[in-house]
Write a protein that binds this ligand. Structure first.
Ligand code: NAD
Ligand code: UFG
Length: 337
């Protein structure tokens, strides 16, 4: 079976390629490498001792995408490609709407033309905005606080309409909570360009001395220690969720949304403590003002994924921190060479 992975050179995509290859799938990656590097896929090949095929193609380029489908018999698509920086999406909304929506529309049109109707889409817990209740169920109200989040809501709507128009389609909308961690080998992981927006890459960069100190955005939230609570999920657990979702597409039609989270919430201070324990490093920090748009508390009810897909996250916070730290240490040593 051949799986097309868009955005397969990126953070979550590369970890999913490892699990797909390990499970015996043939993997074809389409990635324009705007936020990733080809070497990551070489690492994937070396970790798994298997080969994959990379097309350095922009999903906005339908003609090239058609050629990929002509060259391979694709059974299903996992669609990671897209832009994901919340702050940038506020500054450049048209760039975000155009890229995230048009790439997905192009992809679906090309899939349709080649009679491929199985799709797993990277949605996000951002579609719940600031949830009224936790744990968050898939049936919770949908709302977003920024253009990036609205692209995910719009794409979910588009995909529901596509599946409603033809029962050939089977589409899984996976709503990720907060992916962190890295592959055990330390050879692939999250690699943000510039100053990290997200908590874990910022912490790891402070730990290796790239940044001086972490700003904790707000300690006056109505939580136990005053800092925001999130559902951090190991990227390998997340990757494995995609394999379960793929399997399910064979026996279902229409669209289904699934939360992929652990069901546990941890505060910013708890994450910092866990990281300090895992790495043996102290993370200098200061409390800074709240960041606009942050939900005080969000974590998943992931029961639906467990019941329908037979998937459950297994890796805990300490392991996530150990693996993030191994990856960052490895990268820093490589950069120093
Ligand atoms: P990433 O940036 O590491 O990976 C995305 C990949 O898509 C990159 O390799 C990039 O080069 C590629 N890409 C971007 N635009 C493209 C285009 N026009 N054509 C072809 N390739 C293109 O991001 P990630 O963290 O791996 O996220 C993957 C998906 O998961 C994204 O859709 C993101 O919105 C979603 N998601 C991520 C998170 C998170 O915290 N990382 C949380 C929820 C949802
Ligand atoms: N935080 C800090 N300091 C930092 C970075 C983050 O205190 O330097 C705090 C944030 O205020 C928040 C928590 O750490 O309380 C987590 O923040 P992240 O930016 O790591 O994650 P978010 O929950 O804000 O958002 C992430 C992705 C979104 C995705 C969402 C899914 O950035 O794209 O998870 O829930 F949609």
């Amino acid at each position: 079976m051949s799986i097309l992975v868009t955005g397969g050179a990126g953070y979550i995509g590369s970890h999913t390629c490892v699990e797909l290859l390990n499970a015996g799938f043939d993997v074809v990656v389409v990635d324009n490498l705007t936020n990733s590097r080809e070497i990551t896929l070489k690492e994937v090949e070396s970790i798994t001792n298997k080969n994959l095929t990379l097309y350095s193609v922009d999903l906005l380029d339908s003609e090239s995408l058609h050629k990929v489908f002509e060259n391979h018999t694709i059974d299903a698509v996992i669609h990671f490609a897209g832009l994901k920086a919340v702050g940038e999406s506020v500054e450049k909304p048209l760039y975000y709407y155009e890229t995230n929506l048009r790439t997905t529309i192009n992809l679906c049109k090309v899939m349709e033309a080649h009679h491929v109707h199985k799709l797993v889409f990277s949605s996000s817990a951002t579609v719940y905005g600031i949830p009224e209740q936790v744990p968050v169920l898939e049936t919770a109200p949908i709302q977003a606080t920024n253009p990036y989040g609205r692209t995910k809501i719009m794409i979910e709507d588009i995909l529901r309409d596509v599946a409603a128009a033809s029962d050939k389609w089977s589409i899984s909308l996976l709503r990720y909570f907060n992916p962190i961690g890295a592959h055990k080998s330390g050879r692939i992981g999250e690699e943000p360009s510039g100053i990290p927006n997200n908590l874990m890459p910022y912490i790891t960069q402070v730990a290796v001395g790239i940044r001086d100190e972490l700003s904790v955005f707000g300690d006056d939230y109505p939580t136990e220690d005053g800092t925001c609570v999130r559902d951090y999920i190991h990227v390998v657990d997340l990757a494995l969720g995609h394999l379960k979702a793929l399997e399910k597409l064979d026996s279902s039609s229409g669209t289904q949304a699934y939360n992929l989270g652990t069901g546990n919430g941890y505060s910013v201070f708890q994450v910092i403590s866990a990281f300090e324990e895992a790495s043996g490093k102290t993370i200098p920090k200061k409390v800074a003002p709240r960041r606009a748009g942050d939900a005080p508390v969000t974590y998943a009810d992931a029961t639906k994924a467990e019941q329908d897909l037979g998937w459950k996250a297994e890796r805990g916070l300490l392991e996530m921190c150990e693996d993030s730290w191994r990856w960052q240490s490895h990268r820093s040593k490589q950069n120093a060479k």
